[in-house]
Design a protein around this ligand. Structure first.
Ligand code: RET
Length: 282
């Protein structure tokens, strides 16, 4: 057996052993399992509900928003199945300097990975609602993906404690770009698109809940471990997920289903070019 084959074999063995061990840990912790299974159930239920709500939706833009939003629930379902099955969970040894330094902590790294898919879908739905132009949407979604990937790096860094916070800082910088778009730029476009009321509601919900994620990270087992329970940290994310995904999606889709015409007519009205034309006195 050459060195490479030996390496791969070792990695696979570790992966397999790791999976059964973490699954046992999750199953033995009722509070932790409940934080995951609750979301499996809600993600599945919401996906079915949203498909049902989509039955009479006919216009293209409304259908696009429905499609993107239904995918949020489906991504969430896969994400939580990845966590309960142990596929995207692992034990990591915290570096010296961390409150739990030297201890093995259960990392739910799959969360960060699947946020790279779910959060762009949330932003896509909001961007379509506000009729944001493609370039802007691309820039904000790129910053959002970068936020999730560097968040994953923060969670998985075990070499030097300080590096975890370096990645946390970089991730937060990308997050500020997303917040800036949601709070400052997109509302103007939503106004022009005639969707400002629902946009304002969803934006407030999104901004408040999304800020909760870095707070949970900082306070929970991955950060300062002020709350040094994996189950409570997991509940923190799970509760935020319920609001940021299913409640958000329900509010958005019930509005879109009732206001298909406004959504369709909004197309092209929210872009800066169209705004300036609309303001042209001629
Ligand atoms: C991390 C830690 C590093 C700093 C920042 C974070 C922000 C995470 C956010 C996550 C939002 C997730 C959602 C998921 C829905 O499926 C990665 C926690 C800024 C904002 C809405």
């Amino acid at each position: 057996m050459n060195l490479a084959t030996a390496g791969v074999t070792t990695a696979l063995v570790l992966l397999q052993t790791g999976q059964s061990e973490v699954v046992a840990r999750i199953q033995n912790d009722v509070l932790l399992s409940a934080s995951l299974w609750t979301n499996v159930a809600l993600a599945g239920f919401s996906a079915l509900l949203f498909v049902y709500m989509a039955r009479n939706v006919e216009t293209n833009r409304a259908r696009l928003i429905f499609g993107a939003t239904i995918l949020i629930s489906l991504v969430s379902l896969s994400s939580y199945l990845g966590l309960v099955s142990g596929l995207t969970v692992g034990l990591i040894e915290m570096p010296a300097g961390h409150a739990l330094g030297g201890e093995e902590v259960l990392s739910q790294w799959g969360r960060y990975l699947t946020w790279t898919l779910s959060t762009p879908l949330i932003l896509l739905a909001l961007g379509l609602l506000a009729d944001v132009d493609g370039v802007d949407l691309f820039a904000v979604i790129s910053a959002d993906v970068a936020m999730c990937v560097t968040g994953l790096a923060a969670a998985l860094t075990t070499s030097v404690y300080g590096y975890r916070w370096v990645f946390y800082g970089i991730s937060s910088a990308f997050f500020i770009v997303v917040l800036y778009a949601l709070v400052v730029k997109w509302p103007v476009q939503a106004e022009a698109a005639g969707t400002s009321d629902i946009f304002a509601t969803l934006r407030t919900l999104t901004v408040v809940l999304w800020i909760g994620y870095p707070v949970v990270w900082a306070v929970g087992v991955e950060g300062f471990a002020l709350v040094d329970s994996t189950a409570l940290t997991s509940w923190g994310y799970s509760i935020l997920d319920i609001g940021a995904k299913y409640v958000f999606a329900y509010l958005l889709l019930s509005w879109v289903a009732r206001n298909e015409r406004t959504v369709q007519e909004a197309a092209g009205r929210g872009t800066p070019r169209a705004v300036s034309t609309a303001q042209d006195p001629q």
